[in-house]
Each structure stands twice: as structure tokens, then as C-alpha cells.
Ligand binder design. Structure first.
Ligand SMILES: [Zn+2]
Length: 233
């Protein structure tokens, strides 16, 4: 690689003294940065939310649905309160404690509702219609939560398309929908980056064919393989 040496120092000095105090960028470039940052902030917010939920659920159990662990927790609490109620009866003086006998009954009502729900859910699952969206997703270009077959690509090594996105491996959102990122549009002002048309996820893109030829001329060792542009973060 050859770089042109600076012709003389005085030219560079003159450039510096007349340089404006703030860095200049075009409005188009500014807008592209705003767009990229907004997407970053969105992904950060989503990551933080996921993190908070994970922390909560690690301590208390799943909060996205009523499952068997809720029933177990209620039964355990009921058993404890029933024992406390028995002691309170015997002691005949609670020492300021609230009488818990009625709570044992109330938790019994909750247990009834929760176990009825779980039984109904099981029954519904048994007769559930097969929904297309569960398999092929809602947007038509993705995969639904039930459409993933992990064994499908076992034994394959997945290589990047020469001119495709670098890191466009399918991603799963919180509802289990998988986006295959089939259409990634480069940013108008930053062709080395782009966003998925369906989900908005951002990707580093490989150089365009024209850039690739230039790169191949510069570095014959690359054997005409398109040079990678900015690596995705
Ligand atoms: Zn996508």
C-alpha cells in the first residue's frame, strides 16, 4: 500500500489555522447518524428491559404467564398459613398477629382458579388449531415460534454470501418470532451499513461490486474476494 506523502508542512498549517471550530458534517450524514443512534437506543432499551425481566424471574419465577410454579407457590403458602392458623387456635392469643385462618380459605380459592386455568390450558393445547403464523411468522418473510427446526442445518457450515450482509444470522424476538433478514437496505449515506426492512436490525454490509473490484486491484492476495467493509459491532 502506498500513501502520498504530504507535499509540504506550510500547506497543512494553513489548513489548520483556517479550520472551523466545530467539525462539519452534511445534513444527510447528520440524519444518518441520528437514525443509527435512535436504533442503538432502541436496542439498548430492549436489552435493559430483557435484563430486568431476567433478574426478576430468576428470583420470583416467570411473570409472562401463570404456570405450575405459581400453583406450587400458592400451595406452599397455604400449607404454612394453615400451620400458623393451627398454632394461633391453640395459643388462643395471637400476640398481635393477624388471624390467618381466613387467608387459608382465600388461597384455596386462588388455588382453585389457578389449577382450573392450567387444566383448561392443557385441554386447549390438545385441541389447538394449527396456525400458519406460528410456523412461518406474521410478516411472511420470517419464521414463527413453532417453525424452528434446530436439527435442519446440523452438519452444515454456514458461509456468508459474497455480497450479502455480514452478520445477517436469523434473530429471535421476545415473542419467539424469527426474522431471517431477507431484505437489508443500505443506508443512503452510509452504504457499508444497512437495516433490515422487516425488523429494523442493523448490519454491516459487504462492499458493493465496484468497491470490491478496487479492493481486489489493491490487494491481489485477496484473490478477488470482495473486501469486507466496516466490521459489524
Ligand atoms: Zn430482520
Amino acid at each position: 500500500m502506498s500513501r502520498k506523502a504530504k507535499t509540504n508542512g506550510s500547506t497543512a498549517l494553513a489548513t489548520i489555522t483556517t479550520a472551523p471550530s466545530a467539525l462539519q458534517i452534511t445534513r444527510a450524514d447528520a440524519n444518518a447518524r441520528i437514525k443509527t443512534r435512535a436504533l442503538e437506543l432502541y436496542h439498548e432499551a430492549r436489552t435493559q428491559r430483557d435484563e430486568r425481566i431476567r433478574t426478576f424471574e430468576a428470583e420470583y419465577g416467570r411473570a409472562d404467564r401463570i404456570d405450575n410454579s405459581v400453583l406450587t407457590d400458592l400451595q406452599r403458602t397455604q400449607a404454612r398459613l394453615a400451620a400458623i392458623a393451627a398454632r394461633q387456635q391453640r395459643a388462643n392469643a395471637t400476640g398481635g398477629e393477624p388471624k390467618v385462618a381466613k387467608f387459608v380459605d382465600q388461597i384455596g380459592t386462588m388455588i382453585g382458579a389457578v389449577s382450573a386455568h392450567l387444566a383448561t390450558e392443557r385441554a386447549l393445547e390438545l385441541f389447538a388449531p394449527v396456525q400458519q403464523a406460528d410456523y412461518v411468522g406474521w410478516n411472511g418473510s420470517g419464521v414463527g415460534p413453532k417453525g424452528q427446526d434446530d436439527a435442519l442445518l446440523a452438519g452444515y457450515e454456514i458461509v456468508d454470501d459474497p455480497l450479502g450482509a455480514q452478520n445477517a444470522a436469523p434473530t429471535t424476538d421476545e415473542d419467539g418470532e424469527v426474522c431471517l433478514h431477507t431484505e437489508i437496505e443500505p443506508y443512503e449515506d452510509e452504504l457499508s451499513r444497512g437495516a433490515c426492512v422487516d425488523c429494523g436490525e442493523e448490519f454491516g454490509l459487504r462492499a458493493s461490486p465496484a468497491d470490491a473490484e478496487d479492493a481486489a486491484e489493491e490487494e491481489p492476495a485477496a484473490g478477488g474476494v470482495p473486501a469486507e467493509s466496516i466490521a459489524a459491532a
